[in-house]
Structures are given as structure tokens and as C-alpha cells.
Design a binder for this molecule. Sequence first.
Ligand SMILES: [Zn+2]
Ligand SMILES: [Zn+2]
Length: 634
Amino acid sequence: METEPTRSVHRCAQCGDLAQLTAIVEEDPSQVNARDAENVTPLHWAAINGHMACCEFLLEHGALVNAAGGDLGATPLQWCARNGQVGLMHLLLERGADPAFEDKQGFNMLHLATHSSLILALVYVLQQEPFATPAGVDLPDRQGHTSLMWAAFQGDALSVDVLLKHGASVDTRDESGLTPLHWAAVRGSKLCIERIASYGADLHAVDHEGKTARDMAEELQTLPAYDSALYALGRDTHGHLVHRIIGPRTLRFLLFVLPFAWFGALFYGVPRLPWFLATPAFCAGVAAMHLAMGLYVLDWRIPNAMKKSPYFLSLLSLSLGWVFLMWTVEVAPNTRSYLVRHTLVGVLLSTVIGTLGWCATVSPGRCHTPASPAERQAEVNLLASRGMLTSMSYCMHCLARRPLRSKHCHLCNTCIPRHDHHCPWIANCVGLGNHRPFIVMVAAAEAGIPVYLSLVYQYFRDNLPSNVWVQHRDRFVVPWLFAAADFHGPLLCCSLWILLVDVWLLILLVMQLAQISRQLTTLEASNVGRYGFMGGRGDTNMTAQAGFIEQQTERMVAAGMRREDIHQQLHGCAHRRKRTLCGVCTSMGAALLSIVGLDLYTRGKGGQGLKRSRAAANPFDKGAVGNCLGMLSH
Ligand SMILES: [Zn+2]
Ligand SMILES: [Zn+2]
């Protein structure tokens, strides 16, 4: 009779077959440390495949935790580091694995974690002795390469950042005399070059052949990345400081004064043009200002220069400023009898200005960051021991634990508790600390603008001379608009602009109230499927998602699907094809949404997110009334 073939102890460890592994080891305890044809122990196989229970069983039954195996003579701990398995690394270290062990290539656990490019595994390894000291983080391999050099060579800016924050030196040299900056230049990674140079790397350091990092970049045709990295740090290609004509203070001043003056010119100039030119001229004027600001005042070569500057705050301020000016100089003196409405405008306008100042200057809240490396070490080890060292609970930019519903804002460079969105119009994030004044600001503006506009209407109604009306009353369309433009063009122009702002604010207010009533932040509404606590996939970090997409792509390619269909299926959107008229309109619409800030609700399938969130479990939902009251009493 044919018997079922029994698996070897190595195969059981590889597959995570704990039942059969137990049977084999109980029958022959020496199997725990048996070597297979590749000179590998069962513990190696269980560790690299992430079978925690098998690892625990093997260790309890006498498996040698520091057994070197395979071609490279690596330990199970090193196999885990190579795969970025934090939970297993923690288990093996607890059971006495040697973190300083080096394989035949001279790679230690830190080099291997760096090679994995899995950032949280790297953060975890950096908290372990001997890597938790500046000398430990720079331990070289056989060729003298430090982990920082490896990360720079891989073009892995996140790893470079984390290593530098843990004290990695930018002055180390390998056996060819190359520094980390040379390796970053070889790779041509702008962000890596920028990070390393910002930590004071010597830009003129030469290797044993007398070449600087710039020379290597030139040779390997990565000079554009090198130059743009240095430019972002205010230096030219040779490392000399670039003299900028506009200093930061002058820039701030110009950002507020120029748009205010330019809008004044538009309000006073446009009504003088023939009627059919007025609207296009106004739109062209605003677009020209936007372009000129981006090109000449703000530095277009610096990424996100416009979003990081208070330019959009200046646009909102100038709109309020012009309304205030028109109201006090022109409207109020000529419509004195409407006292209640003037009082309302005064109160609401002051509220808007006050809350705008509050939102822009008050911190949206900050998450706690460890005060010392020891505190950070304790925090990371605690999270790792609970299996919670994931991107959902730990921020690799702040190197700190982050509360649920917080997010790291790359423009503010901090984690914001209960992050809603980064609002360029207040040049700040909207989070736990300033969400209420933000809502009050939008609501007050939304209430105040119609009252102000009704006063403008009364102004024209009460003051328009009859001869002006007579001139225009026979016009084919909207004669009152022509008459008003003739009588006081700038006031009409400014009022139409503020009407436009009002429509935008109304959409914003409706979206915000809808989200508050459903206990969602803008971020959650547009990413609801990603968060485990909202019923989504949860704890899906970037790397895991990238791995998922790669695997699925491979599978679909093998199945003969077209690349475009695969992208559509995996990302939920199609690649842009030919620039047809429709395509151009869509991209212009997207650019416009991005300028006014409403792309937050459409980007990342925000609308679908809202729809899906109805079905998803929201643990914070206390019903519409409870949610709104909660917001008020937070
Ligand atoms: Zn952060
Ligand atoms: Zn922000």
C-alpha cells in the first residue's frame, strides 16, 4: 500500500506546518538543528517565511538561535532583517540572537535591513545595540560601505533620512575613498543628495581618484539631480551659496502687497474695457498673476514653493481687504439707513478676520515626539513587542508614535492629530487644534458675504443716477449690470469676485458639515478604504501596497491582460491617453480644483470614499447630532 510521503523537518518549517513539525521533533529531538542540503536549519526556514509559531516552537525545543547557514553563513535573525520582519526579529533578539553577527560578506543586521528598504524594520534595528550609537550606525561592511552609503546608492531617501536622524556620519569613506554623497550622486537621487548635503557633507571631498561627487554625477549623467538638490539648499552646482535678490522677509511682504495691488488694478482697470473683453481680461489678469508669482517671486525650482508660502492666504486676505475697503469707503457712507445689516457685516467680517488669523497662526496640534533616544528606543521596542510597529501607529518622519486619526503633513513637516487637510488658504493644516475656528471662519464668511452683497445692491439701487440707467436700460441683456459698471465699476467688479469666493466657500462648508455630521475628516473621507479602523484593509503601508500591486500586475500580465486595463483595475483609474480636447478640459479642471483647494474632495476618489464610508464601519460615529455636538465640545 502507498503511504503519504512525509515532509522533512525543513519543509514543515518552510510551510509553517506546526503539527507535523511537532511530531517530527518529538520523535527525534536532534532534528531541531538538522541541516538540509543547503546547510540551513529549520529555524532559518521558519524565520524567513514569517512563521512565528514554528519559530517559537523550535526555539523552545533547543534550536540554536545564532546558527549560521546558507551560502552566506547568515543567522535566522539576518534572514528576518533581509525580509524586514519586525515581529520575528524581536522574538529572536529576545531569545538571545546576536545583532552584531556578520555574514561572509561582512553584512550585519543593519546593512540587511537597509537593503530591504522596509523603513520600519530599519527603524527597529536602529534601536538595538550596537546600532543605537553613532559608532554602531556607521559600522562598515567588508568594502567599507556604511548603511548610509547603501541607502544612498539604493536611492532610498526615507532610509537616508532615518539613518541621518539616528546619527549616521556623512564623512565616512569606503575603501575607494567614496563618501555617502558620492554614492547618492552615483544613483542620481535628488532627495538623497539633498538630505546628505543638508547634514553638512563636504561637497568638495574627493575619492582616491580625485573625483568629487559632482564629477561623478557629471560622468554618470546625473548632474541635473545633483544641481537641483543643491539648488534646493540655496547653493549652485559648485556648492557656492546662491545670492537671492529677494530675501525671506521681502518675499513675505511682496506676497501680500503685490496681489493686493494687482487686484486693485484689475478692479479699477477691467470695467473700463468693452463689456465683451471684461471677463476674459479679468481671468487672464488673475492667471497672469498666478504665473508671475510662481515664476518670478516664488522659486519654481523649489518643490511646493507655492503651497509652502502664504500666497493663497494672501489671496484670501486681499479679498477680505478689498471688501472691507469698499464697504467702509463707498458702501457704508451711502447706505446709512440699513443699520442692522451694517452691524451684521461688521460683526461677521471681524469674526472672519479674527478666526482667519487664529487658524493661520495657531498650531493645528502636534503629536508627542520622544524627548531622547532612550525614550524613542523604549517606544519602538514596546510597539514591536505588541506587533504594532506599523505605518498606522508610527511615523517614520517624526520618529514618533502617532495617535489614531493623525497624519504626517509633508508641508508642515509634523504629525497633526485628527488631521483634516492641509489648507493653503490659511497656510496651515486643519487639525484638532484649529478645526472649530476654521468652521466658524467659513460659516461667518458664508453668512456675511450675502449680507454685504445685499448692501451693495441697495447702494446701487439708492444711488444710481437716473441718467446712467436711461443710457443702459435698453440693452439686450442684464441692463442693470451695465448701469452698475458704468456708475461704480470697481465696486461691481469686487462684488462679483467676492460672490465667486462665496460660492467656493459654500461648497467647502457643505462638504465640511457633511463630514462632521458623519464623524469623518477630509482625509478619512478620501481614503476610507485604506484605514482598518474605518472598515478598510487597514495597516496597509506603502511598501506592502507596492508589493501587492507588483504581484497582481505580474499575475495579470501572465494572464495576458493589457497594461492599461491592469492599471485601471488596480488603481481604479486609467492612464492619460492622447491629449484630446476632453483630456485637456479634464486636466484644466483638475488644475483649477487644485488651485481653489477642492481637489481634496475629488482626488483619491474622495466622492467614492464618502459613498463607501456609508457601508464601512466607522467606530467614531455617534449619529449626526452626536457628531456635531462632539465637534463643538471637543
Ligand atoms: Zn510625522
Ligand atoms: Zn500641513
